[in-house]
Design a protein around this ligand. Sequence first.
Ligand code: PEP
Length: 253
Amino acid sequence: MAGARIKPLVAGNWKMNGLAAQLAEAEAVRAGMGSGSPAADVMICPPATLLGRLSSALEGSGILAGGQDCHSEKSGAFTGDIAAEMLVDCGAAAVIVGHSERRAGHGELDRDVRAKASAAHRAGLTAIVCVGETAGERAAGLTETVVCRQLEGSLPDGATAANTVVAYEPVWAIGTGLTPTAEDVARVHRSIRGALEGRFGAEGAQMRILYGGSVKPSNARELLSIDNVNGALVGGASLKAADFLGIISAYEA
Ligand code: PEP
């Protein structure tokens, strides 16, 4: 299977959900994973308000913490924004950039996403760069065109397999319960792999490509066994430890 040597990543995106009590779910993920060495890297990206406390709670567990967005600058007059360096300061190992909810709701363009990914690299974070087509683009047969254009514009030149993860998230599949067919996922991930190899060579061949969009315990095994799917970015199903653990367990023999 292509990409079989790449250690997968299962990352949970809590979005704008969770007060302090939600940290109990992260503790439950930690307890549920036990002390063995898991077949996949596991990450939780809570709201920024919980990042420091979540990192402390998960210390020593091997579960990584991540941010959901960052500003491109290190500091300055950017009220309400958070620098990549600040995420590192709170214990983050990674940051999601270019999520479709930020592209659509905050008008982020590929060049903005690229600047944020560069900022993540500057700070020593892994950038999880999201791409994906809308329902209209899919209906028009433009999925690969859109995804490859977003990749080209959103990934900075210094991207490596260590500092960059790509997340393919069809916009119409996010939070809807809908998922593409296994054949569709395989086709898009193959195109992404080709684009990454074309631009980044051996690094592109090793870069993790996550699938995101309505992943849940009942479909995880099928989605995560597809060629060039090196893990999942999980929204709603990451909020409950039992569901998130059910997805992680897709990587158990
Ligand atoms: C997401 O928003 O990144 C996501 C994949 O959401 P969900 O799993 O809820 O579809």
